[in-house]
Ligand binder design. Structure first.
Ligand code: GDP
Length: 296
């Protein structure tokens, strides 16, 4: 085993502790497990993820020649978490997707920030010189069409809409036609957000996917719910597959468990993160940024 057993590691640490280097706080290797596990679970990291992190950490600490002090544990913990959250990231460049119009379908439960996120992403694309149209395909929630229309107007992006309760797939179809006719770069398709409890909505969503043939399907998840993101993501993965994730509300989630849980258990890239309520509060996910945020 790479980790020494408790007795020998304690002995080693105690010997080191009486050594010349003096006043650094020295941690017994046996303590690492418990303390790190506690910190991770308090940060709302899922149990499986916390297990994985402590295992990897033990492995790394076992290989370390230098003394096990508080700072080396923290450094190695950063390295382990960075490795985990970088694992499923890919080099896909959303600004150069290689197809026009590039069609993105958004999934997500109501309240996660899906509508806001679509507008933010439209704004981000527009600010990068792209031409975008939004399909108001959440025809189920009262107010959703109006909400996205107002946001679209504010950011100067056209929104294709039909009436409340109309067929969302046909709105998407029109938006795609609209984009083709005008040589636009992106079609962003909204969808209804209550699928777990409603078979019709689920069928409708499958139909939107069938009709619009999205190049990319993104699931919007709310980081504030911590490790519960896993259950939501698994439900969507089972019913209607997706390619990547946007995590919203990272500004309000100081603990950061959602990012780690998603990375270890869902194994899909996190493309963007939401960092506030304004239209420019969105950014491509950057593991280094995230590590700095949670360790600051
Ligand atoms: P939807 O029901 O999923 O379409 O959710 P909305 O887009 O209506 O958003 C629900 C609430 O979350 C709104 O008050 C948004 O302003 C807020 N919201 C969305 N994204 C973020 C974010 O990244 N940070 C914060 N703090 N709030 C957000």
């Amino acid at each position: 085993s790479v980790v020494e057993n408790d007795v020998s590691s304690e002995k080693q640490v105690n010997e080191e502790n009486t050594g010349k280097e003096g006043n650094q706080r020295v941690i017994k290797r046996s303590e690492i497990d418990n303390q790190i596990m506690e910190i991770l679970l308090e940060s709302d990291v899922s149990l499986d993820s916390a297990d994985l992190i402590t295992e990897k950490l033990k492995e790394r600490m076992g290989k370390l020649k230098r003394r096990v002090d508080f700072y080396s544990v923290e450094d190695e913990l950063k390295n382990v978490i960075k490795e985990i959250i970088s694992e499923n990231q890919n080099r896909f460049d959303i600004l150069n997707p290689g197809k026009k119009p590039y069609i993105i379908l958004f999934l997500g439960i109501n309240g996660t920030g899906k509508t806001t996120t679509i507008a933010k992403l439209a704004y981000y694309l527009k600010n990068n010189g792209k031409k975008v149209v939004i399909s108001a395909s959440d025809t189920f929630r009262a107010g959703a069409i109006e909400q996205i229309s107002i946001l679209g107007k504010n950011i100067g992006v056209e929104v294709i809409k039909h009436d409340f309760k109309s067929d969302p797939a046909s709105v998407a179809f029109d938006a795609i036609e609209h984009a083709r006719a005008r040589s636009l770069d992106y079609v962003l398709i909204d969808s209804a957000g209550r699928m777990q409890t409603n078979k019709n909505l689920l069928d409708e969503m499958k139909k939107i996917k069938r009709v619009s043939k999205p190049d990319l399907t993104l699931l919007v998840l709310d980081a504030m719910i911590g490790q519960d993101v896993i259950e939501q993501a698994n439900t969507f993965a089972r019913e209607i597959n997706f390619d990547g994730i946007i995590l919203t509300k990272l500004d309000t989630d100081s603990k950061g468990g959602a990012v780690i849980s998603v990375s270890t258990e869902i194994k899909k890239p996190i493309l963007f993160v939401g960092t506030g309520q304004n239209m420019d509060d969105i950014m491509p996910f950057d593991p280094d940024w995230y590590i700095n945020k949670i360790f600051s």
